[in-house]
Design a protein around this ligand. Structure first.
Ligand SMILES: [Zn+2]
Ligand SMILES: [Zn+2]
Length: 377
């Protein structure tokens, strides 16, 4: 028997507002409530059912749009209906109406991504990519100067060779899954207010493959993967930045059921240098010089990442003046261009002088006409 159009049932037009729909339902539901039709109960129940079903759909903007687009959903058998003979059940129908009992799940089941009762393709459900892994490598700042190769060792899962990664003995000990009969999916019938709806879900026993392992692989105990310690050589690039991640494609965990391996990420932690700070490709440090070197000039030793270098300090160098050592910084990661090393001059003033030093300095002060403290005695 064909169903009546929901709009027709409620006696409203396609343009009816939510309020129109609600009013129409309220009026008709009161009129056809089975409790008010003792003589004509069967007919009243049928009408009441139809009204409620129409209301459930048309009062919900989303379901209404679905209905406008697709018409009735599910098969055409009459919906199950909580009979309105007992007070509680009768009340609950009205509560549904006034409280707006959601029916979304049923529609989601039908129209959602899992909705149509199609078989799940077995190969999809059982294949899984291997996980990505991450390890950390500590690098000294001076090694960032040139970059280098390093052998690292880490734990990962690798595909079991004995079963080719499928977990069955010799890779071919399978039988048909008893739970789904080999289809890989389980069909579920759900009785709902708007009819029986069948949906399918992936079989949990065989994970959609339709077959289960008869005898497990003795090597990997059916896991399909084995833990191993893996050694690889990695290249730390010149100019590597702290917290930079290198990606080594396919060096992560092996996949399952033929899924690809994950990647290995190598996190580089550049250890701070005791005296030299880094900012991008430039370096910064300080050098202490005596007041005499600052005044008279002279050759000083400056610490760089590649050992100390001699530097000719100009006479009259001021405190906190910056020396620039061109090309003594780090290489730029992309361009390879070298940065500079900036050295701030810290002039040290002696705290104590011997007699002779003092005398000579007092002479200079007298020469410059500077009033200075004279040593007593
Ligand atoms: Zn199954
Ligand atoms: Zn195995």
């Amino acid at each position: 028997m064909a169903k009546k159009d929901y709009y027709e049932v409620l006696g409203v037009t396609k343009e009816a507002t939510q309020d129109d729909v609600k009013k129409a339902y309220r009026r008709l539901a009161k009129k056809w409530h089975p409790d008010l039709h003792k003589d004509d109960r069967a007919q009243a129940e049928k009408m009441f059912k139809e009204l409620t079903e129409a209301y459930e759909v048309l009062s919900d903007a989303e379901k209404r749009a679905m209905y406008d687009r697709y018409g009735f959903v599910g098969d055409q058998t009459p919906p199950t209906y909580r009979t309105a003979t007992t007070g509680r059940e009768s009340g609950s129908v009205f509560n549904d109406f006034f409280g707006g009992q959601p029916m979304g799940d049923i529609f989601d089941m039908f129209f959602g991504s899992q909705g149509h009762a199609t078989r799940v393709r077995p190969e999809d459900a059982s294949v899984r990519m291997g996980e990505d892994l991450q390890i950390t490598v500590q690098v000294a700042l001076k090694d960032v100067m040139r970059g280098f190769d390093e052998e690292i060792e880490y734990e990962r899962y690798t595909a079991c060779e004995s079963c080719k990664g499928n977990g069955s003995k010799d890779g071919n000990s399978f039988r048909t899954c008893s739970q789904c009969g080999g289809r890989g999916a389980i069909i579920q019938e759900t009785r709902t207010l708007i009819g029986n709806i069948s949906s399918s879900r992936t079989c949990p026993k065989c994970r959609g493959t339709g077959k289960v392992i008869e005898e497990s692989c003795p090597v990997c105990k059916g896991n399909g993967r084995l833990a191993e310690r893996k050694k690889i050589r990695i290249k730390i690039p010149a100019g590597a930045e702290d917290q930079m991640r290198l990606r080594i494609a396919g060096a992560g965990n092996a996949g399952i059921g033929g899924g690809g391996a994950g990647d290995l990420y190598v996190m580089i932690r550049v250890q701070p240098h005791r005296n030299i700070k880094r900012q991008g490709k430039d370096l910064y440090s300080e050098v202490g010089v005596s007041y005499l070197q600052a005044i008279l000039g002279g050759t000083i030793e400056v610490e760089t990442l590649e050992g100390s270098v001699s530097y000719k300090l100009d006479a009259g160098t001021q405190p906190n003046e910056t020396i620039r050592l061109r090309g003594k910084g780090l290489p730029d990661l992309r361009s390879g261009l070298l940065g500079d090393h900036y050295v701030t001059v810290k002039v040290t003033i002696p705290k104590r002088l011997n007699k002779k030093e003092r005398k000579l300095l007092e002479e200079i002060a007298a020469l410059k006409n500077e009033p200075v403290e004279q040593e007593v005695g």
